[in-house]
Ligand binder design. Structure first.
Ligand SMILES: Cc1cc2nc3c(=O)[nH]c(=O)nc-3n(C[C@H](O)[C@H](O)[C@H](O)COP(=O)(O)OP(=O)(O)OC[C@H]3O[C@@H](n4cnc5c(N)ncnc54)[C@H](O)[C@@H]3O)c2cc1C
Length: 383
């Protein structure tokens, strides 16, 4: 395994870290408090090409691949950028734009990727429904062929970027009466098509700068040329193909956040004096920081290995499931210990550590819960 990336890609990662420290870190607390996605910040990221890291160069992207993009998001997290903004950024690139890059035909790529890579259009992916969460293959949103259009009806739930997206990859049931993953198709739905809207923005405990919402499709008219991939392969093709990417790259900014958090803890522990000594001189405090560092190193190796496997076209469902089954616990441990090191101040909003405690619960739920990922891993271990 070789975790080196090209000098050119490394330069992008470095520039993102500097940008995040200068432009994103100062906004982190206020965006969380207001529960607001910053469009001016997004536009700046677009101008610098950061919104298209995974798109091909011919579409205006930088083709950073899985490892480079994981490192880029990690760098932004390490610089202290707000985790909500990073989640929205990652979702735009990984679960929306990348699906079009992987499954789109030339016309679809020409039409959507340049706009998405430049950040002009924000992307989302809508799979989950109010009654289809972990059992995602049980989606009931219907897609009925009528002339040269599909008519979509149904509701999608918990959609990252739902309230702000211009284009969304939707998985719907195109074969009436079918069950499970079969009979589903992916569609590219954009804001010019009538019959869909974001009905409500969810008020979440964490990742508050990432707008999550419900999308309603009410006789939404989608031209047949907007079928993404093959008819009938929505789950089995498009949705399943993105799982490893999602479970790896989206975790990059979590890893970076853990690195930011430990640095804050070390700084604080050196400065906070109790019993006439910096608390960093107490062995129990040092051990907490060592445990945090061990989790960070372990998670880094797991994610880099997965990203490397993806870039080398190696299957890694078992690896991503195993990592996802423990990653949330590692992150929550990091957040918990950080607050403990900060003592009472750790509970206060003037310090960043409490935010991670709220932000990181998502990691045991989104993109496949820890329990479901244990089930997937068990299938490999017991086969
Ligand atoms: C902030 C956020 C952003 C999201 N973004 C998106 C997005 O952009 N697009 C999208 O399509 N979806 C998105 N999701 C949805 C996410 O993928 C689902 O929340 C997740 O798959 C779990 O589904 P659920 O919340 O309905 O929980 P449920 O499936 O109802 O699970 C509830 C509990 O039951 C457990 N459980 C369920 N089935 C089993 C089983 N077989 N064995 C053992 N335990 C089980 C679960 O582990 C969990 O603890 C997002 C969710 C959140 C919270």
């Amino acid at each position: 395994m070789d975790f080196r990336i090209s000098e050119e890609h490394l330069a992008v990662v470095d520039s993102i870290e500097k940008f995040a420290r200068k432009e994103m870190l100062p906004l982190a607390q206020v965006l969380d408090e207001k529960g607001e996605f910053s469009m001016p910040l997004w536009r700046k990221m677009g101008e610098l090409g950061y919104t298209g890291l995974l798109a091909g160069e011919k579409y205006g992207g930088s083709n950073l691949g899985a490892l480079g993009t994981t490192m880029a998001l990690e760098a932004a997290g390490r610089a202290g950028a707000d985790q909500g903004t990073l989640l929205s950024w990652a979702a735009h690139m990984v679960i929306s734009m990348l699906n079009i890059e992987h499954w789109g035909n030339d016309e679809q790529k020409q039409k959507y990727l340049p706009k998405m890579a430049s950040g002009e259009w924000i992307g989302a992916m809508a799979l989950t429904e109010p009654n289809a969460g972990s059992d995602a293959s049980s989606v009931t949103t219907s897609a009925r062929l009528q002339g040269n259009k599909y008519i979509l009806n149904g509701t999608k739930m918990f959609i990252t970027n739902g309230p702000i997206c211009d284009v969304v990859v939707v998985i719907a049931r195109s074969e009436a009466g079918s069950k499970g993953a079969s009979g589903t198709t992916a569609f590219i739905v954009d804001k010019t098509m009538p019959g869909w809207h974001s009905s409500k923005k969810l008020d979440k405990m964490g990742l508050r700068a990432s707008p999550t919402g419900e999308l309603v499709f009410d006789n939404c008219e989608v031209p047949v040329e907007n079928v993404l991939g093959e008819v009938g392969m929505g789950m089995k093709g498009v949705a399943f193909s993105g799982v490893n990417w999602e479970r790896t790259i989206l975790a990059g900014h979590f890893l970076g956040g853990m690195e930011f958090n430990i640095n804050e803890c070390i700084k604080y522990a050196k400065g906070r004096v109790q019993f006439g000594r910096p608390i960093a001189s107490f062995q129990t405090m040092q051990h907490k920081i060592v445990d945090m560092a061990a989790d960070i190193e372990a998670l880094k190796l797991l994610l880099y290995r997965q990203a490397w496997m993806i870039d080398n076209n190696m299957p890694c469902i078992k690896e991503t499931a195993l990592t996802k089954s423990i990653m949330g616990a590692m992150m929550l441990r990091n957040a918990d210990e950080a607050i403990q090191i900060f003592g009472g101040y750790g509970l206060c909003k003037e310090y960043p550590v409490e935010r991670f405690y709220r932000d990181w619960k998502l990691a045991t739920i989104g993109g496949g819960t820890a329990e479901v990922n244990r089930d997937i891993a068990a299938r490999f271990l017991f086969k």
